[in-house]
Each structure stands twice: as C-alpha cells, then as structure tokens.
Design a protein around this ligand. Structure first.
Ligand code: ADP
Length: 448
C-alpha cells in the first residue's frame, strides 16, 4: 500500500477520499488554496499544504505546486477526486515521470476517453452500442447535412473535447444545421481550445443511465450495476438513483456484462463510468468518465463496496478485493446534490452557514465538508454536500428521503434543499417515470 496519499481536491470529495485512506491506515496530505484554510478536509488530514491563491488555476490546478507538496511531505500517490486534474492525461504523465502514483487509469485511457470521437469509436470496437452519428469530426456543412439526412433529424452537434454539459447544439432540420454547426464549433473552440465537433442522433425522450465499472489493469474487470441520472438541469445531474426504475434484472445483467467485457478488453485500471442514453429499451453510449463520480455513493450503498478503497487497492497493486460474483445489489439508493444556490433561480449563494443540522438515522449518509460557522468561498463549484439514502425498496427509500430532507437544516445561505422537498412528493418522481427533460419542464412550469 501507499506510504502517504496526497488528495488533490477540496470539499466533500476530499473528505470522502480521506475517510477511505484513514480506514486503510494510510496517512493523508490535504492541499488547499488560501480560501480553504478552514476547510474540513484540511482539518482532518494528517498534514496540509497551502498551494496558492483562491483561483483554481493557481491552486487546485497548479501542477507545479502540487508536485512540490508531494516532495515536501513525501507523498507517493495522488488521488485527484473528480473535476480539477482528475481527467488530465498530462498530469498523469507528469506524475509517472516523478515516480508518484496517479490513483486512476493510465494516461492513455484518459486521453482516449477524453476525446469523445475517439471514445465513441473505441466503445464501438469494444462491442458497446453507440448513438448513430458521424464517425469522426465534422467541419463542412455538406458533410453535416449528409450525415444528418442519413441518421434523421433532429440531430445534436457535440464538442469532441466537451464536458460539463457544455458545447452542444441541437438542429431540428436541414435549415438550422449550418448555423448549429458554426455556433457549436466556435463555442467549443472558445470553451475547450478545440473546435472539433461531431454529430449524433438527438434522442428525444431518453433516460441517462450509466454503469459503474472497475478494472484491475491486467485484463480483469467488473461492473457494479447502474445509476439513473435522468434528473438534470442544463445537462447537469441533480438527483441520482440506483438501481434505475426503468431497468429489469435481465436488462441490468445484459448491459453490465457488455461493460465489464469492454473494461477487460481495454485493460482498464481503476474506477470508471460508462454513460448511456436509454430509450425504448435500447442503450446508446455517450461517453466514459475515467474517474470517481459525484454520484458514486449510491452504488456503494446498494453494493456495500467502498469504491475509493478499491481505487486505492488497484492503484497500489494490491488488486481488487471483489470479483463479479461478490457484487450483490440490495435495495435502492437515492442521492440529492445539495448546492449553495437559490432553489428557484439557481444563483450561487456563498456565505456563512449560521446553523447546520444534518439528518441521521438508519440508511442516511451525508457526504459534506461543511459545518456550522463555515464560510463557503465564492470561487468554486456550489456543491456543498450530498444526501444519500438507502432502503430495501424504492418506495421505502423515497419515504426515508422525505424524512431526511425534513430534518436537514442549513441556515445562513440559500440551498437547493427546498427543490428536493418538492421533487420527492411529485407523482412522476414517485412513479419513476421521468426522462432527461423532465426537470427542465418542471422548473419552467413552476416559474410561470
Ligand atoms: P458532457 O460530457 O458535457 O456531460 P455528455 O455526452 O455526457 O456530455 O452529455 C450530457 C447530457 O447531454 C446527456 O446526459 C443528455 O442529457 C444530453 N445529450 C447528450 N447527447 C445526447 C443525444 N444524442 N441526444 C439527446 N441528448 C443528449
């Protein structure tokens, strides 16, 4: 195992990683910006190093400072969490050169999956069903029109280097495709420094279903069931559940097996998520995330497997502690992403938490780094915590979630808690009959 792990992240995920390290008896190093001096991950780590001013580019993305922190503390591995440097292949390369283990997949796998066109072609080769569309980047109007006519309108134009739900444009018909192509290209160029875009069929009412996978880097690989992340706002996940209300056991097995085989074929190492859109019983690959995801706890709840521990084991060469037959799914789990945002306008609401009372009781987990008196800095993502609830059935899980949301008090700032309190009493949510557009429509109807 590692001598010491440096956690190159902040907030709830830094704490999450720290907890796994502590249980494994691995000393931890927290890094932080000057804005995060009083953060919980800094308080709970064995050592901490300030790596720069508030702006992420000068601190949490500052590879030079992070390397220096490793050198000062003698950390021999880095866990990147999600976001920041977690899917930066160059960072993984640099760590290798410095003999520091990157707790994640190989730089090559990050690179392949980071380019969505290459990712899609790789997925296809590995036997994963993909959304019909162009084989490569599209630059010319004529080509865009030809592909779109072939797959049928509407189509969506997506950035090859896209992420975070940005850089996507829908074209409903041939009249709008040229404009969509040009806007998508210029937006992609500005946002990602790469104007390569591709076209795929726009699925009108899909669900977002993703499969958690884990590989040992030696050709071994398993899946840990799926998560349904169809409740989205601006292509960003808001609430996730596992298992998916739309899948039955046979469907789960089928897609799980396809994903596990793909991971084996790839020789993938560590945790990953294969994301699909699902419509009329069919799965369509959209991308693979080569890191731990925000919503990983719901998988942990239904499998009772600690995904961060498994990441640490694989990266250190100890191998996975579980085989496919050890992955037994029980019950249902739901996660709500609690953001420091106004629940209706979604305007960020940084500031001091004057009173904080998290819920508890059987089957309730709160992953958060905040506490009473904590001042949320304005510089970072507004996610301040995740409420995760597990129960034997989906119905029990929703009842427990309602109860837990009622108990949760965060005063002094606005949070999205009221939104979730509304959602969990909505008939469509209770029935589980929602697609990726449901939440936007719901929010629009509430705004009237
Ligand atoms: P990102 O990396 O930016 O998150 P994804 O490819 O994962 O991009 O897509 C994010 C979201 O965009 C999906 O969950 C879905 O809501 C929407 N989306 C992407 N591709 C399609 C498509 N072909 N048809 C309909 N919606 C899509």
């Amino acid at each position: 195992m590692f001598k010491k792990v440096l956690i190159a992240n902040r907030g709830e995920i830094a704490l999450r990683i720290l907890r796994a390290c502590k249980e494994l008896g691995i000393p931890t190093v927290a890094v932080h910006s000057t804005a995060d001096e009083s953060a919980m991950h800094v308080r709970l780590a064995d050592e901490s190093v300030c790596i720069g001013p508030p702006a992420s580019k000068d601190s949490y993305l500052n590879i030079h400072e992070i390397l220096a922190a490793c050198e000062i503390t003698g950390a021999d591995a880095i866990h990147p969490g999600y976001g920041f440097l977690s899917e930066n292949a160059k960072f993984a390369d640099i760590l290798k050169e410095h003999d520091i283990t990157f707790i994640g997949p190989s730089a090559d796998h990050i690179r392949v999956m980071g380019d969505k066109i290459e990712a899609k072609n790789t997925a296809k080769r590995l036997g994963i069903p993909v959304v019909p569309g162009s084989d490569g980047a599209i630059t010319e109007d004529t080509e865009a029109k030809r592909v779109a006519a072939e797959i049928g309108y509407p189509v969506i134009i997506k950035a090859a280097s896209g992420g975070g739900g940005r850089g996507m444009k829908v074209a409903l018909n041939e009249a709008s495709i040229s404009e969509a192509l040009h806007t998508a290209r210029s937006e992609a160029g500005a946002a990602f420094g790469d104007d390569a875009v591709y076209i795929e069929k726009y699925l009108s009412t899909p669900r977002h279903i993703e499969v958690q996978v884990m590989g040992d880097g030696k050709g071994g690989g398993i899946h840990l069931g799926e998560r349904d992340c169809s409740l989205q706002r601006r292509h960003q996940k808001v609430l996730e559940e596992a298992t998916s209300p739309a899948l039955d056991e046979a469907g789960r097995q089928k897609i799980g097996d396809i994903c596990a085989k793909a991971i084996q074929g790839l020789g993938y190492s560590g945790a990953g998520t294969i994301e699909f859109l699902w419509e009329n019983g069919e799965f369509y690959f959209i991308e693979m995330n080569t890191r731990l995801q925000v919503e990983h706890p719901i998988t942990e709840m239904i499998t009772r497997i600690d995904l961060v521990t498994e990441q640490l084991r694989v990266a250190s060469g100890a191998g996975m502690s579980v085989k496919q037959e050890d992955v037994i799914i029980t019950g249902h789990a739901i996660e709500c992403r609690i953001n420091a945002e106004h629940p209706k306008t979604f305007v960020p609401s940084p500031g001091t938490i004057s009173y904080y009372h998290p819920p508890g009781g059987l089957g309730v987990r709160v992953d958060s780094g905040v506490y009473q008196g904590y001042k949320i800095p304005p510089y970072y993502d507004s996610l301040i915590g995740k409420l995760i609830v597990h129960a034997r059935t989906r119905e029990e899980c929703l009842a427990r979630l309602r109860r837990a949301l009622d108990e949760f008090v965060v005063d002094g700032i606005e949070t999205t808690l009221p939104l979730f309190r509304d959602l969990v009493t909505n008939p469509d949510i209770i029935a589980g009959t929602y697609d990726i557009h449901w939440l936007e429509k719901y929010l629009a109807s509430k705004a009237d």
